[in-house]
Each structure stands twice: as C-alpha cells, then as structure tokens.
Write a protein that binds this ligand. Structure first.
Ligand SMILES: Nc1ncnc2c1ncn2[C@@H]1O[C@H](COP(=O)(O)OP(=O)(O)OP(=O)(O)O)[C@@H](O)[C@H]1O
Ligand SMILES: [Mg+2]
Length: 238
C-alpha cells in the first residue's frame, strides 16, 4: 500500500529530559536527565525492567506527560513549550499503540480506525485510507466486525491501523505485543516495523522482549529513568 506516501518521519532531539514523580522519600525520577538524538525514520526499541522509565519516555515524547526539565525538539520545534492549541495538534500528529488495544467495543473495526479523525470535516476522505490500512494489516473483509469478535492479535492490528490513520511522523508503541502470544506478537511487530519503514515514520517501541528489540534499527536500554545503553542493530544506524 501507499509505498509512495510522501510522509517523512520526525527527527527528535532530546536534551536533559527529566520527569519526577512524588516528593521527599517517595521521589522517583521516571526520566532522569535523558539526552539523545533520533534521526527521522529510525525504529528504536526501548528496553529495561519494569519501572525503568520506558513508558515515561514515550509519554514525554508524545506530550501526554509534562516534562519537569529539558527539551524535546521534534523537527526543530520544542514540544515541551507548546501551548494548548498547538499541543493538541502535536498530539494528533503522533500515533500511539498501547499494550491493551483500547478499541471502542461499540464501534465497527472500520469506525475504530476512523475514530481519531472522525470529528474532522475531511474524515470522509479518510474512508479509503482506513480500508487501505486494514488491508495492509491483513484485516480486509473484517471492516464491519466488532472488536469483541476479533482475536487479540487482530485487535492490535486494528489499533495499529488506527494509529496510522492520521499519517503520523512519529509512532509510539508501548509494549504492543505484551498482551499477545509470541507468534502473534512477532507478526504485529513485523507489521509495525514494516509499515513504519514504508512511510519513513520514526518509531519507538517499549518492550520487554529481546526478539522485538532485535527487529528495530537501534535499542536503548533504560534503568532508573536513564538510558544506560544505546546500540545500533544495523551498521548504518545509531
Ligand atoms: N503517574 C505516576 N505517579 C507516580 N509514579 C509514577 C507514575 N508514572 C510512573 N511512575 C514511576 O516512574 C518510574 C518509571 O515508570 P514507567 O511506567 O515509565 O516504567 P516502565 O519502564 O514503563 O515500566 P513497565 O515495564 O512496568 O511498564 C516507576 O518507578 C514508576 O513507579
Ligand atoms: Mg511501561
């Protein structure tokens, strides 16, 4: 599908990024002075134990969590400094995939994919793109099914199509295979990476699974809110 899609991924520059939860004795840095640079179109696995800060980093990059210090430049714009209207626009430009698919059970598969763009006037034009995306994730013919009629892997593929409907420059996936068996999870991962590459989308995937991390261009390992290892999986990256 849309191999000629002109979308380019976002280039990301993170400097001194810090997010602190709690106070006093209970004070925990979810992100502790993180500095890193992600070139447009790169796929990055974010690994590390539970509580190491993977979700916090993704939430900060998606601007669904506020930073206490530091900057996040996305194609040169500091998203930590955005005011409400532009913040909303920025969040809309990011695709999110979560461990639990968060599909709306009352809507059909097609309407779930369209949900992020439905309130907008151009949504009608998005129907064809939604169908194309469902084809790309292997769900052609299931447009009118409801999420409850699908397997976990199929639901996650719907969530992926939904995350891509707005043609995001940045795709953030937080343990997208965590609720799936390993074979289904691997298929969903392959799709995320393949579709990301086809569109030139920058992709960050938080994961516990080594096999998932190996499929990405680069891996970041986190511990206590810091990036403690940063390695390229391929010679030409990172
Ligand atoms: N809203 C919050 N309030 C208080 N502490 C939080 C909050 N969100 C995250 N934390 C803390 O920040 C640290 C990093 O959490 P985070 O969710 O980013 O970890 P994670 O690597 O995604 O873990 P997991 O693998 O379990 O999803 C943890 O110690 C966590 O308890
Ligand atoms: Mg997490």
């Amino acid at each position: 599908m849309c191999a000629t899609d002109p979308t380019a991924g976002a280039a990301i520059e993170v400097t001194g990024l810090t997010r602190v939860f709690g106070r006093g004795e209970a004070r925990i840095a979810g992100a502790d002075d993180i500095t890193l640079s992600i070139p447009a179109g790169q796929s990055v696995a974010v690994t590390g134990r539970s509580g190491s800060g993977k979700s916090t980093l993704l939430h900060l990059l998606g601007a669904i969590e506020r930073a206490d210090a530091g900057t996040v430049l996305v194609d040169g714009d500091d998203i930590t400094a955005l005011r409400r209207k532009r913040l909303t626009a920025y969040r809309r430009s990011v695709g999110f995939v979560f461990q639990r698919f968060h599909l709306l059970p009352a809507l059909t598969v097609l309407d779930n994919v369209l949900a992020p763009v439905l309130p907008r006037r151009a949504a009608y034009d998005k129907h064809e793109r939604a169908r194309e995306l469902l084809r790309a994730v292997g769900l052609e013919g299931r447009e009118n099914a409801h999420p409850g009629q699908l397997s976990g892997g199929q639901q996650q593929r719907v969530a992926l199509a939904r995350a891509l409907i707005g043609t995001p420059r940045l795709l953030l996936a937080d343990e997208p295979t965590g609720a799936l068996d390993s074979a289904t999870g691997a298929a969903v991962m392959d799709l995320i990476i393949r579709l990301g590459r086809e569109h030139g989308t920058t992709v960050l995937i938080a994961t516990h699974e080594e096999a998932v991390a190996e499929g990405c261009d680069r891996r970041l390992r986190m511990q206590d809110g810091r990036v403690i290892a940063d390695v390229g999986n391929r010679d030409d990256t990172a």
